[in-house]
Write a protein that binds this ligand. Structure first.
Ligand SMILES: Cc1cc2nc3c(=O)[nH]c(=O)nc-3n(C[C@H](O)[C@H](O)[C@H](O)COP(=O)(O)OP(=O)(O)OC[C@H]3O[C@@H](n4cnc5c(N)ncnc54)[C@H](O)[C@@H]3O)c2cc1C
Length: 387
């Protein structure tokens, strides 16, 4: 006889750990199943840092979720006693008509968010590590910074456990079934079988393997994060004086980066926002090649000249992209007892705590007060995000 739960959460990465925490905090009997270890580096939630921000060029519809996420980041830091985020301020650099600048400014105006606009001279004066072109401008917001993926996943797992959740690691989910409306759901793993009233899937890059009937294609893109020791030391890149940033070129290429987080000998992380190679999570190339490192260093030399002083390390990660790069977050169209959260398309981490809250709403009530129409798997998909 399989053990029975109120809800089984499949995947305990960024989203699944938050879901397990919120569901358990609401009194449900939760089983969490994860194929790797706690806060591992084989999915999409590793590498020490993620940008969070409030104004959002991807679509102003995300802003209310970001405002709620910020409240929940603060609560998570208090409840867990961990540094799950660090406010550094955020700078979006580009030409006046770039998505990074114009789109961000538009969303800030629409939602009345605090911000400043800097011209090229203003950028240089305020943030001397940057070497913008004369035509570049920047949007600056104070309420932006660094979310810490491993600390966040650990915090949510600890709190989930404290609220009574049972969490299994190194257990691979092989398949699942859900009976008709109101019926039980089943999960089979490499160690056993379990039943529950509801299932939650937060499988990251493995979404297409576990959720074939969803109706949305989720494709995996390999992405590399690079750490450099700046020439002349990390001083000017310290987190108390250097913002997180996104920098868009006239051809739409975007890089993003962080202050130095690891003390005087540590490095500052930087990456290309998109431009990754299509991949499969089972065979992802985790090796970082010399030509990739050189391409990043060359890109930085004219824009942030002191950053590529010495290459320290790099790591591969995965984006799980939908065709329009908006999330999938809904009850499964064919199985009302199943909630799905996937396709975060390389920009999901800053939402983690609010996604946990929404998953709990959907799994328990079937509906949420948060605005998530954009994330319906049955939406008509039009075009990728602006850039
Ligand atoms: C390089 C990089 C930079 C990024 N930068 C940013 C940023 O600056 N800001 C931002 O907001 N977002 C950013 N993102 C995106 C963000 O990190 C992701 O959207 C988010 O981490 C996705 O979380 P997830 O829970 O969907 O995936 P994961 O955290 O990967 O979790 C999925 C989990 O499911 C488990 N799983 C899968 N299949 C099974 C199975 N069959 N059985 C058991 N377990 C299973 C996996 O092992 C994994 O732990 C970035 C991503 C990358 C890769």
């Amino acid at each position: 006889m399989a053990s029975s739960y109120d809800v089984i959460v499949v995947g305990l990465g960024g989203m699944g750990s938050a879901a397990a925490c919120h569901l358990a905090a609401r009194g449900l009997r939760v089983l969490g199943l994860e194929r790797f270890g706690p806060a591992h580096n084989r999915g999409s939630s590793h590498g020490g840092s993620r940008i969070y921000r409030q104004a959002y060029f991807e679509d102003p519809a995300y802003v209310p979720l970001l405002l709620r996420a910020h409240e929940l980041w603060e609560k998570l830091a208090i409840d867990s006693g961990r540094e799950v985020f660090t406010e550094t301020g955020g700078l979006m650099i580009g030409r006046e008509d770039s998505a990074a600048f114009a789109g961000t400014l538009n969303s800030a105006r629409q939602w009345g968010l605090d911000h400043e606009v800097l011209d090229a001279a203003g950028i240089r004066r305020r943030f001397p590590t940057f070497n913008p072109a004369a035509e570049d401008v920047a949007f600056y917001e104070r309420k932006a910074g660094i979310a810490r993926p491993e600390a966040t996943v650990t915090a949510h797992l600890d709190l989930a456990r404290a609220h009574g959740a049972e969490l299994h690691f190194a257990e691979l989910v092989l398949g699942w079934e859900a009976d008709g409306p109101g019926g039980k759901a089943w999960v089979v793993t490499d160690r056993g079988a379990y039943t529950a009233d509801r299932l939650v899937f937060a499988p990251g890059a493995w979404a297409s393997k576990l959720l074939p009937g969803l109706g949305v294609t989720v494709t995996v893109e390999r992405q590399v994060m690079y750490w450099f020791q700046p020439e002349g030391g990390t001083g000017p890149f310290a987190a108390d004086r250097h913002p997180v940033y996104i920098w868009e070129d006239p051809d739409g290429t975007q890089i993003y980066g962080f202050p130095s987080l690891d003390g005087p000998d540590g490095g500052a992380k930087v990456a290309f926002f998109r431009k990754g190679v299509p991949s499969d999570p089972e065979t992802l190339d985790r090796q970082i090649h010399p030509d990739e490192i050189e391409a990043m260093a060359a890109h930085l030399r004219t824009r942030i000249p002191t950053l590529p002083g010495r290459f320290l390390k790099a790591a591969a990660c995965m984006y799980s992209n939908t065709p329009d790069e908006h999330f999938v977050l809904a009850r499964h169209p064919e199985h009302p007892q199943v909630t799905v959260a996937c396709g975060f398309s390389g920009h999901g981490f800053k939402f983690v705590p609010v996604i946990g809250e929404i998953i709990a709403d959907l799994a328990i009530d079937g509906t949420t007060d948060h605005p998530i129409a954009l994330f319906d798997p049955r939406r008509v998909r039009v075009r990728p995000l602006p850039r």
